[in-house]
Design a protein around this ligand. Structure first.
Ligand SMILES: C[S@@+](CC[C@H](N)C(=O)[O-])C[C@H]1O[C@@H](n2cnc3c(N)ncnc32)[C@H](O)[C@@H]1O
Length: 414
């Protein structure tokens, strides 16, 4: 019995007890009321039982339905393996197919995506390669640009160096010009000094020089029996003192061949000196008029046998880098064994260093012990010519101090 039934039975028992007590006690109203309550309670219980029966019947039906359904299901379940397979197959095929398609599509997508990625990668690689090429080109261009800039800088540097070199050249030129000017000033100072000394000397000489020259001339005249009037000396011609120095030298050294550059009065005296021992004189003359005049003079003195006045016009002569105006060398071609070379021409007016070529041309024809006498060494140009010969021609030495206006060199080869 449930708690509810126990409670209901207890209430019904209590009400019955009440009815019984009321009946006993004569309380009809309470008894009737109690009875009515009991009846009502019974009615309610009947209705409840009825409702419960209905519920149970419904439940039974439901259970039966369920059982029937379950039986059906059991039967279905029993037949299921076959059907299931079939149905699964049937049901799954489209799904599998669909799944396959989906997978294929997915694979397709993946492939497409892969292809896309590959294409993208390839494109990216291509683009990267192009970028690399462009970058390389740019770098090459940059390097070329840098090289160009370097080359330009080099050019600029070279330009700067050139300008520097030019400036150095200009500076050197200025220095050279300045030195030249200073040297010229010094030179001109020295020339002035030399001129002053020379003038002083000439002035002081005036007191005794004419007498000295007369004495020298007297010695010359007394030396030889002149066969005709003697030509004037001094001025354009050599001074008697120089001629005396020369003839003494000829008498002492007896040169077989005397060569004279510049004919005139000296030619007569040299010819007389050479005639005494059988020597020969060749006189080079650039001016045909004076050549003829000297020939006539020698003829008058009966000195043609041992003399030869050669017409030798001044022609261009190249010695090293310098060009001179000197006697035509055809006139001296065969001359050899010169014992005395007298340099008294060409005239200074014929060009700079006019007398310098004498030794370069005739030096190789000098005999051992030969003398070279150059006149007019009171002039700078003749002094320089003598210095140049001494420096350039091995074997030439200065002999004694300058006599009068001449200087004597001796050829003593090693
Ligand atoms: C410095 S002179 C000396 C010539 C010669 N050695 C002498 O002492 O008589 C040089 C030149 O003067 C020229 N000359 C020669 N006889 C001359 C004369 N009677 N008057 C002017 N010049 C003359 C010749 O051209 C000669 O080459």
């Amino acid at each position: 019995m449930t708690n509810r039934q126990l409670a209901t039975s207890a209430v019904a028992a209590a009400v019955g007890v009440l009815v019984a007590v009321a009946g006993v006690a004569g309380r009809t109203d309470l008894a009737v009321g109690g009875l009515g309550l009991l009846l009502a309670g019974v009615l309610v219980m009947l209705i409840d039982i009825r409702r419960r029966q209905g519920d149970i019947a419904r439940r039974v039906r439901q259970v039966a339905r369920r059982q029937a359904l379950d039986s059906k299901r059991i039967g279905w379940l029993r037949s299921m393996p076959k059907n299931v397979k079939k149905e699964v197959k049937t049901a799954l095929r489209p799904a599998v197919t669909s799944l396959g398609d989906t997978v294929d599509r997915a694979v397709g997508h993946i492939q497409a995506a892969g292809d896309g990625v590959s294409a993208g990668l390839a494109q990216e690689r291509l683009a990267a390669a192009e970028r690399h090429v462009r970058l390389t080109d740019d770098l090459g261009a940059l390097a070329a640009g840098v090289s160009d800039v370097r080359a330009d800088l080099g050019g600029v540097r070279t330009g700067v160096d050139d300008v520097r070199a030019d400036l150095d050249g200009v500076r050197a030129g200025i220095t050279e010009a300045k030195d030249g000017i200073v040297a010229r000033i010094d030179e001109s100072d020295q020339d002035d000094k030399r001129r002053q000394v020379s003038l002083r000397g000439q002035v002081s000489k005036l007191a005794y020089e004419p007498v000295r020259q007369i004495q020298a001339l007297l010695q010359l005249v007394n030396r030889y029996d002149a066969r005709a009037p003697l030509p004037p000396t001094g001025g354009w011609a050599m001074e008697p003192s120089t001629i005396l120095h020369l003839v003494r030298m000829v008498e002492q050294t007896r040169p077989g061949l005397i060569v004279e550059c510049g004919s005139g009065a000296s030619s007569v005296w040299l010819a007389y000196a050479a005639e005494a021992y059988g020597g020969r004189l060749v006189s080079l003359e650039h001016d045909e008029r004076f050549a003829e005049q000297t020939r006539q003079l020698l003829h008058e003195h009966g000195l043609t046998a041992n003399t030869d006045v050669r017409s030798a016009p001044l022609t261009e002569l190249k010695l090293g880098q310098e060009t001179f105006q000197w006697y035509d060398t055809a006139a001296v071609g065969e001359l050899d064994g010169i014992g005395l070379l007298l340099v008294d021409g060409p005239p200074r007016a014929s060009g700079p260093r006019a007398r310098y070529p004498a030794v370069p041309v005739l030096g190789p024809k000098l005999s051992v012990g030969a003398r070279v006498v150059i006149d007019d060494v009171d002039r700078t140009e003749e002094q320089e010519a003598a210095e140049a010969w001494l420096a350039e021609f091995p074997g030439l030495e200065r002999e004694g101090s300058s006599a009068d206006r001449s200087a004597t060199l001796i050829y003593r080869p090693a």
